[in-house]
Ligand binder design. Sequence first.
Ligand code: SF4
Ligand code: SF4
Ligand code: F3S
Length: 267
Amino acid sequence: LETKRRMPVIWRNFQECTCCTESFIRTQHPKASDIIMTMISLDYHETLMVAAGHQAEEAVAKAIEDNRGNYILAVEGAIPVKDGGIYCCIAGRTAVDMLKEEAKHAKAIIAWGSCAVNGCVQAANPNPTGAVPVQDIIKDKPIINVPGCPAIAEVMAGVITHVLTFERLPELDSQGRPKAFYGHRIHDKCNRRAYFDAGMFVENFDDQGAKEGWCLYKLGCKGPNTYNSCSNLEWNGGLSYPIKSGHPCIGCSEFGFWDNTGGTSMY
Ligand code: SF4
Ligand code: SF4
Ligand code: F3S
């Protein structure tokens, strides 16, 4: 990797909460600082870049001009298209216009998080801004979908490392997700799986089963239908993940999250 040219990356934050960025900067393997300082050339990122205002806009324009056909466009957030896209504007331009223009010259697109992959909470019924994911707008570029709300830090780092190391996209499934990270269900490697198999279920959050760490299926756990790496890689450098911490999986990486996976039903 040290001998390779740093890969130009333009990272856009559209209609989102920035927690996918927050997740990314906590990656431990490799560290986010190593990725940014030695592996990629992060030419635009609203949260992480030093430049602001006109300087920032000039930086992105130069990055596109200097790297036509060679940069990665990373998109965090959904894109509102209702009323001409006015519900997400940066520097006086709509997100949908920016996406179309910046995708045109990109080598590939990475859609970070469920907002960019499925629309997530922004697209939840009644979807007042007409929020849609990247793949609904861009049809002529390769897209790597990296869902999750947020996406797991080491998964994000792993996707970047793969593209940089092998100079090609990772193997994707039918939904455009890297198979290496979305090939198994949470349920398959869940630390509570033995209790599921034994029919030992938590009935409410403070019963004895909850204290003993039994299966959360009866509390609405979506682990049997959710493809992600949480039970394998875990979060915060392998420390824990929702189920291990006592909360059912709410299927945050699945198509249709928020409306279709019961994202709101726990609260
Ligand atoms: Fe935030 Fe979730 Fe969207 Fe990521 S996918 S930007 S965590 S709302
Ligand atoms: Fe499966 Fe969820 Fe039970 Fe884990 S807690 S075994 S993912 S149903
Ligand atoms: Fe999301 Fe379920 Fe993992 S809610 S963070 S996919 S355990």
